[in-house]
Design a protein around this ligand. Structure first.
Ligand code: NAD
Ligand code: DAU
Length: 335
């Protein structure tokens, strides 16, 4: 297939591009704005692959979208492009509204005009929090944060283009991803790097919030599976095999890195913090997908990757991220 991968310079988008180029022999054009989270380092190993192209631009810019389509002649658009950090959406929601609402609209219009298939990458956070049981694709949409509310808006716009215009669009909603190349603002890479660098480990609230962890290669494969086998107009959930409380994840990271228990620091909770996510993946499993990576194994491999790839994270930790960390946590990282 020829694919336009929007947001392909980010964590999961670059993982997806790598798998599609190397395992499926697809041609991949990445369109990415290169926000703080989008980095050319994430696909620097792909630039010599036959079929790889990069176009720098925003999904809310119709000219940039047209240029990317002209460059790659795609059959389908896969949209990963998003602002993805809940804490940043609480502090500054503006870019979340622009990228998720306007950006998704511009991509949908381009898909409609050009007769392209469309896949929206979405999140379990659109369902809100669940204390007992699991969400399925028919669960009510009850987003809690500006991040998840704007992602929900984007999903509803995608659904409207299927119902109104017959656009062959599908939505794939994932649970919490982890793995190589994840920006260190997120729980797992933040704790790994703070553990390795002797910084404190900031736990929000009581640390008993539960997340449903999926390795990024498993989620990327689920997205490919939905693209190839999903029915237009449908939603498919892809959740990981393991659920774990945040404090238990942090204790695993302490064990894997040799950090000290005394580095744990209970800090003020996130406003509106969702208590638990849990996703049923029966529908996509019925299409033949299943996750391959157990959390225990994937986490150990991820810690090893961050240990071995300081070239990737050192420029982040010594750059603008330091200022973000000070604003968010009220303390500085070790120099
Ligand atoms: P990320 O923050 O690592 O990457 C996002 C990418 O989108 C970056 O490369 C960024 O430059 C790009 N981008 C942002 N705004 C853009 C714009 N206006 N135009 C073009 N490019 C833009 O995010 P991620 O964790 O890889 O998430 C990718 C997608 O998967 C998102 O849609 C997210 O909602 C979804 N998702 C993420 C998770 C998770 O746990 N990380 C789980 C489920 C779903
Ligand atoms: O569920 C899917 C979602 O998972 C994605 O759609 C989002 O893009 C992604 O960011 C992620 O959202 P979360 O809010 O669950 O992820 P985050 O890594 O920010 O936090 C995970 C949990 O860890 C959450 O309960 C908050 C807690 N946490 C997080 C940070 C950054 C802490 O206790 N301390 C921290 O410093």
């Amino acid at each position: 297939m020829k694919l336009l991968v929007c947001g392909g310079a980010g964590f999961i988008g670059s993982t997806f591009a790598r798998l599609r180029l190397r395992e499926q022999g697809d041609a991949v054009t990445v369109l990415d704005k290169l926000t703080y989270a989008g980095r050319e380092e994430n696909f620097q190993d792909l630039t010599e692959e036959p079929g790889f192209r990069f176009v720098h631009g925003a999904i809310e810019d119709p000219g940039a979208v047209a240029a990317a389509i002209a460059a790659g002649s795609p059959e389908a658009i896969v949209n990963f492009a998003a602002e993805t950090h809940v804490d940043r959406s609480i502090a500054e929601p503006d870019a979340f509204v622009r990228t998720h609402a306007l950006g998704t609209y511009v991509l949908l219009e381009a898909a409609r005009e050009q007769g392209l298939r469309y896949l929206q990458v979405s999140t379990d956070e659109v369902y809100g929090s669940i204390d007992v049981g699991t969400f399925n694709e028919d669960s009510p949409l009850r987003p809690s944060s500006p991040y998840s509310a704007t992602k929900t808006g984007a999903d509803l716009l995608v659904a409207s283009y299927f119902h109104t215009y017959g656009l062959p669009a599908v939505i794939c909603r994932g649970s919490n991803n982890y793995g190589p190349y994840q920006y260190p603002e997120k729980l797992i890479p933040l704790m790994i790097l703070n553990a390795l660098n002797g910084d404190s480990l900031p736990v929000y609230g009581d640390g008993m919030q539960v997340r449903n962890w999926i390795h990024s290669t498993d989620f990327a494969r689920a997205i490919g599976h939905v693209l190839e086998h999903g029915d237009p107009g449908e939603v498919y959930n892809a959740g990981g095999p393991d659920e774990e409380a945040n404090i238990a994840v942090i204790r695993r990271i302490i064990d894997l890195t040799g950090a000290e228990e005394s580095q744990i620091d209970y800090v003020t909770d996130r406003p509106g913090h969702d208590r638990r996510y849990s996703l049923s993946s029966e529908k996509v499993r019925a299409l033949g997908w299943a996750p391959n990576v157990r959390f225990e194994d994937g986490l150990a491999e991820t810690v090893a990757w961050y240990r071995e790839n300081a070239w990737w994270w050192e420029p982040i930790r010594s750059g603008d991220y330091r200022g973000y960390y000070e604003r968010q946590y009220g303390r500085s990282l070790q120099p």
